[in-house]
Write a protein that binds this ligand. Structure first.
Ligand code: FMN
Length: 309
């Protein structure tokens, strides 16, 4: 059975995965600790923790909270910073047989350009996932990914500073995702990830205040799956580039739903908090489902449920 996927189809780029299952940014650290326990070389790809120009300690705790069928997090981009990532982590990735995708996050458009420039030609780095679900302070806190022009500005600067494939990671907080898909494609993305977490709040009724120290956070897990499935389906109606689905994928059947909605690959995130082996299990369950349903190649299923009739 052929589970291979190519996420960057233009001649200049390629991003070949042996199977469509990768880890979700921020849910697998940079993979180093987990690689001691699990065989990372069996995955489709690893996506790093969101990386910023300088190291960050993240937000005060509590910064995670379990909800019905999901979790809220406001980690605040705790990470080691781009220089340590390049010097200490990338050489380890370079020994792995699978692609490693670095998730980057900037406060300004210039930051994104600098991050892309630093990561260009670093052995062990196969692609950039550009998180555009972060606020643009100059635009009153509107997220870069909520406006096609701002989304385009970020991807354009990244494109001009790297020869690596670019994956734009979109926000679900939009009324229509299609103009954003078109804007990031035009600006030079090879693929898109749909999507980041959904802004959400939990209240501690004894303390009479939000549970998360920072106020609110991002909801992930099975609770968001139907919403993200709808976004992937709508994006796939117009997208000319591959879509990577991220939102509540816990099983092989979840992954197949997203692939039928139009995704070429999937990310497993929150599921790893319950079961660190979840990405490997999802691969096995996809294989089993395909065998049972006589599917020779996973590509046959991409967008199979696009037609409503
Ligand atoms: C604890 C935690 C940390 C995360 N950190 C990042 C991050 O640094 N960058 C990013 O783009 N997404 C981040 N995400 C979002 C996930 O990568 C994923 O897109 C989202 O959680 C939806 O998928 P899931 O329901 O499978 O977790 C984080 C999610 C969680 C739960």
């Amino acid at each position: 059975m052929d589970l291979r996927v190519n996420l960057a189809k233009e001649s200049k780029f390629d991003l070949h995965l042996q199977n469509p299952v990768m880890t979700g940014s921020g849910t697998f650290s940079n993979g180093i600790e987990l690689a001691k326990k699990f065989n990372v070389n069996e995955l489709g790809a690893i996506v790093s923790k969101g990386t910023t120009l300088r190291p960050r300690r993240g937000n005060q705790t509590p910064r995670t909270h379990e909800t019905a069928s999901g979790m809220i997090n406001a980690i605040g981009f705790q990470n080691i910073g781009i220089n340590s990532l390049i010097n200490d982590v990338a050489p380890i990735w370079d020994k792995w047989e699978i692609p490693t995708i670095v998730n980057i996050m900037g406060d300004t458009v210039t930051d994104y350009g600098l991050l892309a420039e630093k990561l260009d030609n670093v052995p062990g780095v196969s692609a950039l996932e550009v998180n555009i679900s972060c606020p643009n302070v100059d635009a009153g806190g509107l997220e870069y990914g909520q406006d096609p022009f701002m989304a385009s500005d970020v991807i354009t600067i990244v494109r001009s500073h790297t020869s690596l494939p670019i994956i734009a990671k979109l926000t679900p907080s939009v009324s229509n995702i299609q103009p954003i898909v078109e804007a990031v494609t035009q600006a030079g993305s090879q693929a898109i990830t749909i999507s980041n977490t959904i802004p959400a709040l939990a209240i501690d009724i004894i303390e009479r205040k939000p549970v998360i120290a920072n106020g609110f956070g991002g909801l992930s897990g099975p609770a968001i799956k139907p919403i993200i499935l709808r976004l992937v389906w709508q994006a796939a109606l117009v997208s000319k580039i591959p879509i990577i689905a991220s939102g509540g994928i816990f099983s092989g059947k979840d992954a197949i739903e997203f692939i039928m909605a139009g995704a070429s690959a999937v990310q497993v995130g929150t599921a790893t908090f319950l079961d660190p082996f979840a990405p490997w299990r999802v691969i096995e369950e996809i294989k089993a489902w395909c065998l049972e349903n006589e599917i020779d190649s996973i590509s046959e299923l991409v967008g199979a449920a696009q037609d409503v009739h």
